[in-house]
Structures are given as structure tokens and as C-alpha cells.
Write a protein that binds this ligand. Structure first.
Ligand code: URA
Ligand code: CA
Length: 434
């Protein structure tokens, strides 16, 4: 097989065989296929696309390019949740303990990554003593015992995807549905999930800005997962404004605690109950979605979800007393109020710009080397659709520096107030199963 012939084949719109896809991914991973040929191929894929079968083959070829996590020693159906990323998305912190409380095993491998706030691990590390550097055996033991544990990324997972994603980033070929879908799904599958619930965000703060694009991506991932024998479903949810009120690491831990007892923001609570119901159902812990939802609501109300969070923190060295006394979480030196300059109804809180403001405060990493300030961030006091008076508080800015002028300017630019009544955005657009 010659790579040049394969580039030509895709350029002319033809379908690859399984062997051809394996040849390409193996060759690219081991360096026998150079970047310039792979670049030409990704551009051909960008224009000509891939069939469902090719996408599934590409996904599995990338899974086999590196280590695969074996979770078979964990009892039960391991359901993983993946979000395509947003601003102030506290769902993982809530969902882990929540579904674990009703018996769904949560074996989470998590990374740090870049973004407006830290990743799940960073957020959890705002609990003093909590750590994710645990041995594999300990991890498995904890999941069997408590139904939940989080481990830091180790091993060499999907090296083909790492190399390919970096190449796509500099060749204008990131925005290709088959390539994005196989990239995301390969990582979930290599991490050992039996079933996958996807939260595909849509709107200003999302990777996919329009509903059509989000739906295409969701469909593509659901088809890949089911094609390769992992039951997969997707929820398309709003990310035009941030989810919940808190954007920041320790601030989101506090928000997760509130949500675990049913006292969190409405949108975050509803999305967690929806995603959670699908996880419980796929894990076969309930025979219908409505039964699953009842179980989760009960775990919020009777305190078992919060209790699970405490056990989880403690079993990984964390100080669980922060749950009853969140003032023990890292605290910012200054809390500055941003006030509305006019009266009306909040018509827009542009999520990605709010994310940028959180980053200016130090809540997230711009580069791999940046350090994160766990204490800082933003707490929204209003959401889209809310009425506001002039001089009323819009946002609380948690900062470790006194001068937050730039942050305030950014926030004022991204929050719009209209004289007319505004409807809050739809939270959940679609639920996609096959
Ligand atoms: N996120 C991924 O993991 N891969 C992509 O290709 C795009 C977004
Ligand atoms: Ca939030």
C-alpha cells in the first residue's frame, strides 16, 4: 500500500477499506507516514467526508494505537459521561457522586487541559489533600467499594489522536465532523467505558456554535459508539450562557455541593438529572428514564448524594469537612460587585466572553505551563430572562488582585440588557439515541 494512492483515493471521493485505515493510522503513529502526506489526507477527508463504517474503523484504529484501560475488574456497567466543553460546566462534579449514590460505577480518568477554568481534577484539588495520583489497583478497589473514584491520566492513550489533533490544529482541518467525532470517541473507548452519555453543547460558549452543527456532531458520535458495540446516546444542551452561576474552580465545588442536595441553580440541576437519568438507565440500574430520574431526585433529597461526595473526597485524601463548611475552600481576597448600569431584562450573557473574563482572573490555563488560581472566578447573580434594576448586582467577581477594571469591562461587554421581556433560552434541545 502506498500513502500517495490513498490520498488520491479519498481526494476522488472513494471509501477506504478497514485495512487501508489501519495502514494509515499505524503508519502515522510510527512515523513512516510523514506529516505532509497526512495533512493532504486530512484535507481530502475534510472535503469528501467518511462513511459510518470508515468513521468506526478510524476510531478503533486510534484506540488500538496505544494503551487501553481495562475496567473489567469493576462490577457493573461502566457508563462514562463526556461533555464537549463549555463555560462553568459543573456537571461532572455533580454527576459523579449523584449516579454513584444510586449504584452506577463511576471510574473516571480525568485530565487537566486548557480552558476558562481548570478541568475536573483541578476543581477537585481545591479540596485540601485531595489527590488523583493513585495506583490502578487502588482505583479499581475504590470504585468497587464506593462506586466512585477519579484517577489522573496515565499511560499512553490514543497517541494517534494526539498526533493527528495537533496536525489538524495547524492545517485548518479541525472542523471536520468525522475527524472530531472519531477523535472524541477514541479517547472515551480507550478509557474503558462500556456505555457513553455525551453532552454536546451548543451556542456561543461551545465548540459547535449552531444547533445544526451540534446535531451533526452528536449524531456522528452516537453512530460510532453504537457501531463499535458501546451503547452511546447524546443530549444537546445550551451553552449560549454559562451553565449554573459559578465559573471558577473552588466556586464550582461549592455550586456542586448545593446541587447535590437539590439547592443548586435550576439549569445545572435539570441538566444533571437528564444526563444522570440516561447514565442510570444505560447502567441498567433502572428500567425506564422516569424511574432513573426518581432515584436521582431521591438521592438529592435524602442526602445520600452528598454523603457519597464526602466518602469520595475522603477516600482520596480530601478534607470532607469542606462539604459542611465551604468557607474552608480556597477564598479570594476581594469580592467585587458588578452592577447593572440600566434597568430591563438580561437578554444575553455571552458564554465564551464570560469564560475569558474568568481566565483574566486566573481561573484557567492559557498554556500548559500556566498556574491556576483555585479561589478566583465569577458568580452570576442574573441569568438570561431575569429582570434587573439599575444598580442591582449582575456578577460577583472573586479576585486575588484589587484592580479588576479590565474584567469588569469584559463583563459589561458580554452582558446585554434589553427593555423588553426576554425568554430564557431552551436548556435541552434534543436527546439523540439510535
Ligand atoms: N475535541 C477533541 O477531542 N477532538 C477534536 O477533534 C475536536 C475537539
Ligand atoms: Ca457552573
Amino acid at each position: 500500500m502506498r500513502m500517495v494512492d490513498l490520498i488520491e483515493k479519498k481526494r476522488d471521493g472513494n471509501e477506504f477499506t478497514t485495512d487501508e485505515i489501519n495502514f494509515i493510522i499505524q503508519g502515522y503513529t510510527n512515523g513512516s507516514i510523514p506529516d505532509y502526506q497526512m495533512s493532504a489526507l486530512t484535507m481530502a477527508i475534510f472535503f469528501k467526508g467518511m462513511t459510518d463504517r470508515e468513521r468506526a474503523d478510524l476510531t478503533m484504529a486510534m484506540v488500538r494505537s496505544g494503551d487501553q484501560i481495562d475496567l473489567s475488574a469493576i462490577e457493573g456497567i461502566k457508563v462514562d459521561k463526556h461533555s464537549t466543553g463549555g463555560v462553568g460546566d459543573t456537571t461532572t462534579l455533580v454527576l459523579g457522586p449523584l449516579v454513584a449514590a444510586v449504584g452506577v460505577p463511576v471510574a473516571k480518568m480525568s485530565g487537566r487541559g486548557l480552558g476558562h477554568t481548570g478541568g475536573t481534577i483541578d476543581k477537585l484539588e481545591s479540596v485540601s489533600g485531595f489527590h488523583v495520583e493513585i495506583e490502578n489497583e487502588k482505583f479499581i478497589e475504590l470504585v468497587n467499594q464506593n462506586k466512585i473514584a477519579v484517577i489522573g491520566q496515565s499511560g499512553n492513550l490514543t497517541p494517534a489522536d494526539k498526533k493527528l489533533y495537533a496536525l489538524r490544529d495547524v492545517t485548518a482541518t479541525v472542523d471536520s465532523i468525522p475527524l472530531i467525532a472519531s477523535s472524541i470517541m477514541s479517547k472515551k473507548i480507550a478509557a474503558g467505558a462500556d456505555a457513553i452519555v455525551l453532552d454536546v453543547k451548543t451556542g456561543a460558549g461551545a465548540f459547535m456554535k449552531t444547533l445544526d452543527d451540534s446535531r451533526d456532531l452528536a449524531n456522528a458520535m452516537v453512530r460510532i459508539g453504537n457501531h463499535v458495540g458501546r451503547r452511546t446516546m447524546a443530549v444537546i444542551s445550551d451553552m449560549s450562557q454559562p451553565l449554573g452561576y459559578a465559573i471558577g474552580n473552588a466556586l464550582e465545588v461549592k455550586e456542586a455541593i448545593d446541587t447535590l442536595i437539590g439547592k443548586g441553580p435550576d439549569d445545572l440541576t435539570e441538566l444533571c438529572l437528564t444526563l444522570g437519568s440516561h447514565m442510570v438507565y444505560l447502567a441498567k440500574k433502572a428500567s425506564s428514564l422516569s424511574e432513573a430520574r426518581e432515584l436521582l431526585e431521591k438521592a438529592m433529597q435524602d442526602g445520600s448524594a452528598l454523603e457519597k461526595f464526602k466518602v469520595f473526597l475522603e477516600s482520596q485524601g480530601g478534607d470532607a469537612s469542606i462539604v459542611d463548611d465551604p468557607s474552608k475552600l480556597p477564598q479570594a481576597k476581594y469580592i467585587v460587585e458588578l452592577k447593572a448600569t440600566e434597568a430591563g431584562f438580561v437578554s444575553e450573557i455571552v458564554a465564551d466572553q464570560i469564560g475569558t473574563a474568568a481566565m483574566l482572573l486566573g481561573a484557567g490555563r492559557a498554556t500548559k505551563e500556566s498556574t491556576i488560581d483555585l479561589a478566583v472566578g465569577l458568580v452570576l447573580r442574573k441569568k438570561v430572562g431575569d429582570q434587573v434594576q439599575a444598580g442591582e448586582s449582575l456578577v460577583l467577581i472573586y479576585s486575588n488582585f484589587e484592580n479588576v477594571t479590565e474584567v469588569k469591562e469584559k463583563l459589561l461587554e458580554s452582558i446585554k440588557i434589553s427593555p423588553e421581556k426576554v425568554k430564557p433560552p431552551t436548556l435541552i434541545y434534543e436527546e439523540i439515541t439510535i
